[in-house]
Ligand binder design. Structure first.
Ligand SMILES: Cc1cc2nc3c(=O)[nH]c(=O)nc-3n(C[C@H](O)[C@H](O)[C@H](O)COP(=O)(O)OP(=O)(O)OC[C@H]3O[C@@H](n4cnc5c(N)ncnc54)[C@H](O)[C@@H]3O)c2cc1C
Ligand SMILES: *[C@@H]1O[C@H](CO)[C@@H](O)[C@H](O)[C@H]1NC(C)=O
Ligand SMILES: *[C@@H]1O[C@H](CO)[C@@H](O)[C@H](O)[C@H]1NC(C)=O
Ligand SMILES: *[C@@H]1O[C@H](CO)[C@@H](O)[C@H](O)[C@H]1NC(C)=O
Length: 616
């Protein structure tokens, strides 16, 4: 009886997600038909700034620079406009592998991702106004103050309390002030899991608090970027302001940055309806195209590793380590915990007409959920009893009331690229069991990868190789995380749900004794999943450091009037979800760029004091 009901629900779900997929195509054609954005940019018009990418960071930069009404800002985005239906939090997942997603796939990994098709990890990224924050899980964290000390350690007179904290406060609207960019709220709807899991964490000696924002250690419930039940991004905020001096143009694919004398950026070339156009900016070009998009654009424009550009016959203007230092948070542990009761959320609840009514009428209910209900942070190298807010974590837990098996393999496993063999021999076996997931997330990976161009064509996806788990220390921390998950599963609180460890042998790991150290190493190397936080490909730092691409003012070294502000400049991964720190940096960068403008004006017409150092 259970199976047949489940079968019907999954079938209905399958039909609905496919109908939604058709709807997304339809949206694309509506965009085409009604020419929602056909206003061409007058090529003789010179803007003060051009911002490339209307994602998380780009929307803030455009908004802040546009606060000076005398400045004209052009914001170019290759994606399309958002639609209110796409703001339903639970719909974020359905945007993956659609026209609103760049649909990146990494190269085959050597010692990781072995349970995935072609040993490759799937990386969704937003191609829409709002960028990747249109398809993220909306979890807002700040990270740990030591993360930023590490980034800015060589900046003169750096101080967290004056250089970073005020910018976080500026963002967190309902917590601090109203002139902020994002709404940060408590979860609106949860299953019965949070209370139980927080009890379990308490019994193991973890610090448990209501708010994980201020103290980045222990367990608590996340804050989410939500407003009136809907997804809220910095692009929503920008559009709500209705600023006449900020010109957002969609469907514009920026091909390259234009330079005078090979160092001074004066505009961009972009493609629109298959034709190339030019746009000029007198004060600067700011790239906010993301961890993949920004290094790609720099390299296409001749800024990057000389050897690589030579190989592609791209004349090298500035030799910089663009595309190096690719860092991501990796995770594992899907469906590792089996339960013998439902937690009150699942596709059955999602499909219920009442949930639909609740969402559209009250802005509440299961449709407002982004999936993650509890966060935990710990330092796996020291005893829990020694943890205080000043301790920097090396592992994060993201707790979800569901497992991969919930949708019967119709959607999520395809988005992640779980191979048929793994699916059939592991996840599908749980077709009559309730599962939940505690993801252990490696916060400070030592494995570093690269982003390289495939060819000179601006439309080609670059070659992404994160080299996951190439440093063995990364594996050890994930295994310590699994050991904590085992302890959480064994607590009395969790036992009440019938919680137990999934002891099915993971396909490919049959030669190892279940639960041995080597078994878990094998497991982690098979079930290596991105936590969707790639950063670092245009590392920010001191100018004299040969590993950096942009300086502390976000200027690309060896150039003038060219900036990068987005996830690519983060030198390392912060100790938590990364959107908060990216937005903070965008606020810092806005001030830095405004200040440079101010100095330039004061200096009147004194010509460039630029000295070309980094020529190829
Ligand atoms: C599935 C998923 C879940 C996530 N969950 C969370 C979470 O819960 N919490 C969290 O903090 N973070 C989360 N993240 C990560 C976070 O959302 C991203 O790191 C962040 O949004 C990146 O911001 P960005 O400004 O660097 O880039 P983006 O927001 O990706 O913006 C880049 C923009 O530039 C545009 N662009 C790129 N190239 C060009 C070009 N050549 N011409 C014109 N436009 C261009 C893109 O279309 C895009 O709109 C998640 C990510 C994913 C994929
Ligand atoms: C994936 O990894 C397995 C195990 O190491 C290997 O046998 C296989 O050839 C790899 N596939 C690809 C496409 O690299
Ligand atoms: C469900 O799992 C059992 C094994 O536990 C298996 O025999 C059965 O075929 C599976 N059913 C489906 C629909 O996958
Ligand atoms: C599942 O729950 C029932 C009560 O609902 C309990 O009797 C049983 O022992 C539980 N099973 C496990 C494995 O915990």
């Amino acid at each position: 009886m259970y199976l047949s009901k489940r079968f019907i629900i999954i079938f209905l779900y399958f039909i609905l997600i496919n109908l939604f997929g058709i709807f997304l195509y339809f949206l694309e054609y509506v965009d085409l038909l009604f020419c929602s954005d056909c206003k061409e940019i007058d090529s003789s018009e010179v803007f003060d700034y051009i911002v490339v990418g209307a994602g998380s960071a780009g929307s803030i930069i455009a908004r802040r620079l546009g606060e000076d009404k005398t400045l004209k800002i052009l914001l170019l985005e290759v994606g399309k406009y958002d639609n209110t239906l796409l703001d339903i939090p639970s719909v974020g997942l359905l945007l993956q592998k659609s026209v609103f997603d760049w649909q990146y796939v990494t190269t085959p990994q050597l010692a990781s991702c072995l349970a995935l098709d072609n040993n490759a990890s799937h990386w969704p990224m937003g191609k829409i106004v709002g960028g990747t924050s249109m398809l993220n899980n909306m979890v807002y964290t700040r990270g740990h103050f030591e993360d930023f000390n590490e980034w800015f350690q060589r900046k003169k007179n750096y101080n967290y309390d004056t250089d970073v904290l005020p910018y976080f406060r500026k963002l967190e609207s309902n917590r601090h002030e109203t002139k902020s960019s994002v709404y940060i709220k408590d979860l609106i709807f949860t299953s019965i899991l949070p209370d139980i899991l927080l009890d379990a964490a308490t019994s193991l000696g973890f610090r448990v608090s209501q708010d994980t924002t201020d103290c980045n250690i222990g367990f608590g419930m996340p804050k989410v970027t939500i407003h009136k039940g809907s997804r809220w991004t910095t692009a929503h905020h920008l559009l709500s302001l209705n600023k006449p001096n900020i010109f957002l143009r969609t469907n514009r694919f920026v091909e390259e940055v234009l330079f005078h004398n090979n160092y001074e950026a004066y505009g961009v070339k972009y493609s629109y309806w298959g034709k190339s156009f030019y746009a000029k900016a007198s004060n600067g070009v700011i790239l906010s195209a993301g961890t993949i998009g920004s290094p790609k654009l720099l390299m296409l424009s001749g800024i990057g590793p000389k050897d690589h550009l030579d190989d592609l016959n791209i004349p090298c203007k500035v030799n910089l380590p663009v595309g190096e230092n690719l860092l991501d948070h990796v995770t594992t542990g899907l469906d590792l915990i089996l339960l013998n009761q439902s937690l009150g959320i699942g596709i059955e609840q999602m499909l219920s007409p009442y949930s639909i009514f609740e969402y559209f009428w009250y802005g509440t209910g299961p449709w407002t959920t982004g999936g993650c209900e509890v966060l935990g942070f710990m330092d796996t190298q020291s005893p829990i009893s020694s943890h205080s807010c000043s301790k920097r974590p090396d592992l994060q837990f993201m707790v979800m009331p569901l497992g991969l098996n919930e949708d019967g393999g119709t959607l999520i496993r395809r988005l992640m690229g779980i191979s048929d063999y793994t699916w059939n021999n592991y996840f599908a076996l749980l077709n009559q069991t309730k599962t939940m997931t505690i993801l252990p997330v490696l916060l400070h990976p030592k494995s570093r990868g690269t982003v390289r161009l495939k060819d000179k064509c601006f439309k080609s996806s670059p070659i992404i190789n994160p080299k996951y788990l190439s440093n063995k220390d990364d594996v050890e921390i994930l295994i310590r995380g699994i050991n904590v998950i085992k302890k959480l599963t064994g607590t009395d609180a969790m036992k009440k749900l019938g919680a137990r460890l999934n002891d099915n042998i993971f396909p490919g790991c049959e030669n190892f004794k279940f639960d041995s150290h080597f078994y878990w190493e094998c497991y982690v190397r098979h079930l290596t999943i991105t936590s969707y936080h790639p950063v670092g490909t245009n590392k920010m730092g001191e100018e004299t450091d040969s590993t950096t691409v942009v300086d502390f003012n976000f200027q690309v070294k060896g150039t003038n009037n060219l900036f990068v502000v987005d996830a690519s400049v983060l030198p390392t991964n912060p100790s938590g979800n990364i959107n908060g720190p990216i937005l903070m940096l965008a606020e810092v960068a806005s001030d830095a760029i405004k200040y440079r403008d101010f100095l330039n004006r004061e200096r009147c017409s004194i010509e460039e004091i630029f000295i070309a150092k980094n020529y190829c």
